[in-house]
Design a protein around this ligand. Structure first.
Ligand SMILES: CC(C)(COP(=O)(O)OP(=O)(O)OC[C@H]1O[C@@H](n2cnc3c(N)ncnc32)[C@H](O)[C@@H]1OP(=O)(O)O)[C@@H](O)C(=O)NCCC(=O)NCCS
Length: 177
């Protein structure tokens, strides 16, 4: 996928490009900042794993790993579409997306999602699924607007540290046509 440029609502210029193994440390920092923020997250900070593990995951990733990079080189967003490896299910993808807490609500999630879905459609993926916390209204609105539908609600799937239970939503988008 060729790099593309976009501009956020606050006029920050952004490059959208494929991740490389050398992005491991930057992706790790983004994940840490998101986990510390907590919104929309399931993983806790001490569960992230090492920078080396992140680097290895990028190097061996099957599918699209799209990054949003600011002018200073900071990674502000990361979107993965993991293409399932076995041939009989390789027409399916699993999407996950995270935007840095300081860059949320500025149009970056939408820009990355639209770019990634264009890639998925061109790559011949027939369906993409994702998992989302039921209390994540922003993500739900974004995913619905680009064609994802709710398939299943996994009731009380998530347990927060204070004991509160949160449902998990499984969404799916089939390729147009
Ligand atoms: C959810 C997330 C990916 C959305 O990305 P974003 O860059 O913040 O969102 P955008 O600014 O592109 O807005 C996308 C859409 O969300 C909706 N939205 C934005 N702010 C919202 C709010 N406060 N309440 C409800 N919906 C909202 C709108 O439909 C918006 O689209 P539009 O403004 O073009 O109409 C991002 O906030 C994030 O990473 N959150 C934490 C981690 C997470 O939740 N990841 C997804 C887990 S599946």
């Amino acid at each position: 996928m060729d790099p593309t440029e976009c501009t956020l609502r606050d006029r920050t210029p952004i490059t959208l490009r494929q991740a490389a193994a050398s992005d491991g440390p930057g992706v790790w920092l983004l994940t840490r900042d998101q986990c510390e923020d907590g919104r929309g997250q399931v993983i806790e900070v001490d569960e992230i794993g090492t920078v080396e593990a992140t680097t290895a995951k990028i190097a061996d990733f099957p599918g699209l790993w799209l990054l949003a990079v600011g002018g200073d080189g900071a990674i502000l967003g990361s979107l993965e579409i993991r293409r399932l490896r076995p041939r009989r299910v390789a027409h399916n993808g699993l999407l996950s997306l995270g935007i840095h807490p300081a860059a949320q609500g500025l149009g970056l999630g939408r820009a990355m999602t639209e770019r990634a879905l264009a890639w998925a459609d061109a790559a011949g993926l027939a369906a993409i699924e994702l998992f989302m916390r039921a209390d994540n209204e922003r993500a739900r609105a974004l995913y619905r607007s680009v064609g994802f539908e709710v398939m299943w609600i996994r009731e009380r799937f998530i347990r927060l540290p204070d004991g509160a239970a949160v449902d998990d939503v499984v969404m799916r988008r089939e390729a147009p046509g």
